[in-house]
Design a protein around this ligand. Structure first.
Ligand code: FNR
Length: 358
């Protein structure tokens, strides 16, 4: 396993094709899925010379949470689809690497158990954030927030790009509508009497609005990030509503198809928030050079989604560890080759559009 793409190939060879499609797929024509990766390819790096330093500092602090590198695990559902230990294995790998895992609300291990696994591997400072779909029933939402808080999660990532579920035609063709027997969304167990954590308990909220964010701000003191804000005006509104950070994301192209690549939107979004809150980005990050391009254009950190699922499928906890180490090595040598000794040296002048060749 030398590249993220090696993990993708290995996972595809190993997985039930229905699950492999669930991971790789996106909404409708998957135009945005492809655009996310293509956007990184459309930029070139322009390194500085003779700025050598013996070692590079990759660590960073994001909303009070320490990370050994600016690469987070974006929230992905259903890890037990690809590995029997599921999110516990992922959490151990993230904690051993010292980076932040954003636990999906739709995890197949309960957040408290994931936190125990993370602390066993990374000690008391292992960092977990919790991704939340605000439920129409606010009492249930409050219970979910309490479960995440009690587990020691240090931030909430509220996904706001899913008022309804994006239409994934691969899943429809494959007849993939339900989790295999025995797999449950463990965070949703017993929210009401006798509920088993069936995936259908997760309700998308077409009525979601800024009032819900104001309500959430009232009931929790954890930092709140919004995941899935794409319009610069919404980024300004997020600041006005007291949100602590943005995770600029198009859900890996799984919600509204044909929205722009996240990298393409990054300059507008960072301009809109004007340094008042950090902007993280996910979508299509596959190489250390991708991380450097996003940070040079103003992202505080990046998230990876599909690569984590591929690595977990390929090699369980060890696979995810290897993936994170690979990306760290790529990031480190890209910084060195750019003449950067730390993340603060990554400035917009290091990036330019590819020449069209004409
Ligand atoms: C996701 N994503 C996601 N997002 C979220 O907010 N809650 C979730 O439960 C999930 N689940 C999920 C499952 C799978 C299999 C994938 C591939 C993605 C979206 C995820 O957090 C992230 O935005 C994208 O995956 C990032 O793009 P890349 O890295 O996959 O290109």
């Amino acid at each position: 396993m030398l590249t993220v793409h090696d993990f993708e190939t290995a996972a595809r060879a190993k997985l039930d094709p229905v699950f492999a499609d669930f991971i790789a797929g996106g909404a409708r024509d998957e135009i945005t899925v492809r655009a996310n990766e293509t956007a990184f390819g459309a930029l070139r790096l322009l390194p500085r010379a003779l700025r050598g330093s013996a070692a590079r500092e990759l660590g960073t602090t994001l909303l009070g949470s320490r990370a050994s590198m600016p690469i987070l695990l974006s929230p992905t559902a259903f890890h037990k689809l690809v590995d029997p230990e599921g999110e516990s294995a992922t959490a151990r790998a993230a904690a051993a690497t010292g980076t932040i895992m954003i636990v999906s609300m739709a995890s197949t291990v309960a957040v408290g158990e994931i936190a125990d696994a993370a602390r066993a591997a990374g000690g008391p400072t292992a960092q977990l954030w919790f991704q939340l779909y605000i439920q129409p029933d606010l009492e249930i939402t409050e219970t979910l927030v309490r479960r995440a808080t009690d587990a020691g999660c240090t931030a909430l990532v509220v996904t706001v790009d899913s008022p309804v579920l994006g239409a994934n035609e691969r899943n429809r063709r494959n007849g993939f509508h339900d989790l295999p027997a025995g797999l449950r969304c463990e965070n949703l167990r017993d929210l009401r009497d006798g509920e088993s954590g069936h995936v259908r308990q997760i309700v998308m909220s077409p009525e979601l609005n800024w009032g819900h964010i104001d309500w959430l701000r009232e009931i929790t003191s954890l930092p709140i990030l919004l995941k899935g804000v794409l319009h610069p005006e919404d980024a300004r509104l997020a600041v006005r509503h007291g949100v602590d950070g943005l995770l600029l994301s198009n859900h890996g192209g799984r919600q509204l198809d044909t929205v722009p690549a996240t990298l393409e939107l990054l300059p507008e979004i960072t301009a809109a928030v004007a340094g008042r809150i950090p902007v993280l980005l996910d979508g299509g990050v596959r190489r250390g050079t991708d991380v450097v391009k996003a940070l040079a254009l103003g992202a505080a950190a990046v998230g990876i989604g599909r690569p984590v699922m591929w690595a977990l499928a390929e090699g369980g906890e060890k696979g995810v560890r290897r993936l994170l180490e690979l990306l760290r090595e790529e990031l480190d040598d890209t910084l060195a080759l750019c003449g950067a000794s730390g993340l603060n040296d990554l400035t917009p002048d290091l990036v330019r559009p590819a020449w069209s060749g004409r």
